[in-house]
Design a binder for this molecule. Sequence first.
Ligand code: 5AD
Ligand code: SF4
Length: 457
Amino acid sequence: MEAEEIKEQKEYIKKVYELNKNKNLKYYILTMGCKLNENDSEKLVGMLEKMGYEESKDMNTADLYLINTCCIRENAEEKVFGKLGEFKKIKEHKDIIIALGGCMMQEKHITDKIKKSYPFVDVVFGTHTIHKFPEDLYKAIISKNKINDILDIDGKVYEGLPIKRSDKKQASVTIMYGCNNFCTYCIVPYVRGRERSRKPEDILSEIEGLAKEGYKEITLLGQNVNSYNGGDGYKFSNLLRDVDKIQGIEIIRFISPHPKDFTDDVIEAIRDSKKISRLIHIPLQSGSTKVLKEMNRKYTKEQFLNLTDRIKAKIPDVVFSTDIIVGFPGETEEDFEDTLDVVKKVNFEQIFMFIYSRRVGTLADKMENQIPEEIKHKRFNRLKALFEENIEKNNEKYVGTTQKILVEGYSKNNTEMLTGRTDTNKVVVFEGKKDLIGKIINIKIVSEHKWYLKGKV
Ligand code: 5AD
Ligand code: SF4
């Protein structure tokens, strides 16, 4: 349902459009961080284009500069300040608008720093006020004042914002906002607030609309998707089963679930579906029960292994991807070896590896036994080496099999060849005609080449 607030913002969209008409204005957008942020940016771009801006890929030729920020790790934050320096130079000789939005803006020490050292920023908005971007922008243009629009309380769930999707075949659909878990290393609960789920009917009608437009692949997004609560006992597994019924959608993915909430009804909904990907992302974070406890993850090493075994027993062709943090405070050599042990046992198809990054305001930041950078990096490299050792062996199991593939386009390294991904996210390169692009086809895998597989139509 479309709220009054959104109707009001649509009026502001019209007002900005009137101001911008015939001016041929351009925007330059930079999106940091996760898929949730990318999905937010698709909404920001949807609003921008309705306000009369066109995209500029060239940083020097825009009139409006927008960064949708991320604060999950320090390097994402540093990049934003670097970019602001570049924008400042442009602003010295051109009348441009600079806007910053998203997670970083929910942190007080960051907005203080922007006020003090980056006074040329025009609009600042947080994660709960994205929908108000048209109003903030309008006010900034009209008054030439600085606009600060940040709410500390949890925002509502708004439906009906314009959206411009970045891809024609694969779409992300946010099903819930926020997180209630407070893992001790993580800033997300502080910047995105408590869990709020969208209504099942709103999610399903969005996906039905996407299917009608020709979308084949859907990724359901949330900070903790399996604590989705659609009301009246409608859970994540109910949503999976309903999305599965939507005609035209052929591949369904979801990120990220929390191991502690991965219940049997979810496993069974995956098992019973021909569309839900057999690559399941389950964030491990650490393989040490002691570190997991310090992280407030609410499961042990054994419970994690038991979960992946339970899933394998019900879904024999399943593979897993995961997130791992190395160098959490107090992580000993023995703890780290527990992580390596789980990696060996589960045989992950893909691992997103992160070096622990201290985040202001989190409990882990206050822990005294922080690990020296050098040790963190050494452990990171050891984990990476272990994973890479296994890639070729893991790939062998594909050779000779037939795989369902969504053809993405020409291969970057060889423009004679087409490329796509298996359901399990492996890159496959093969010969084929242009009209296969965007289709889901069967490919026989003939050989493996570590970073990709070769196939035949
Ligand atoms: N340092 C390093 N990695 C982190 N992540 C979350 N917070 C931090 C942090 N402070 C990682 C987790 C999470 C992923 C999205 O980012 O692995 O699953
Ligand atoms: Fe962060 Fe943990 Fe919530 Fe994921 S589940 S967003 S890691 S607090």
